[in-house]
Design a binder for this molecule. Structure first.
Ligand SMILES: [Zn+2]
Length: 73
C-alpha cells in the first residue's frame, strides 16, 4: 500500500530564505505561527527563541523574531 501523494508533498516542501533578512520565509502568517510553535516547543539550535511573527514587505512573506512587540500602542 502506497501512501497518498499529499503526505509526500508536505514532507518534501523546501525552506525558502528571505533575500533581505536571510531568515526563513513563511508563505503566510499561519505557516509562520506553526513554525513559531514548533521552535517554542522543541527549541532553536541558535539559542534565540522567537517571540512572534511579522510580515516582511521585502519578500512578501512572514518571519519570526525574538524581539517583543514595540509596545507603542
Ligand atoms: Zn523577508
Amino acid at each position: 500500500m502506497a501512501a497518498p501523494d499529499s503526505v509526500g508533498d508536505a514532507v518534501k516542501r523546501r525552506k525558502v530564505k528571505c533575500g533581505k533578512t536571510g531568515k526563513t520565509r513563511y508563505r503566510d502568517h499561519i505557516a509562520a505561527k506553526l513554525g513559531l510553535a514548533n521552535i517554542q516547543t522543541y527549541g532553536d539550535t541558535r539559542g534565540k527563541t522567537p517571540q512572534r511573527v511579522y510580515y516582511c514587505h521585502d519578500c512578501g512573506g512572514w518571519h519570526l523574531t525574538s524581539r517583543p512587540s514595540s509596545g507603542s500602542r
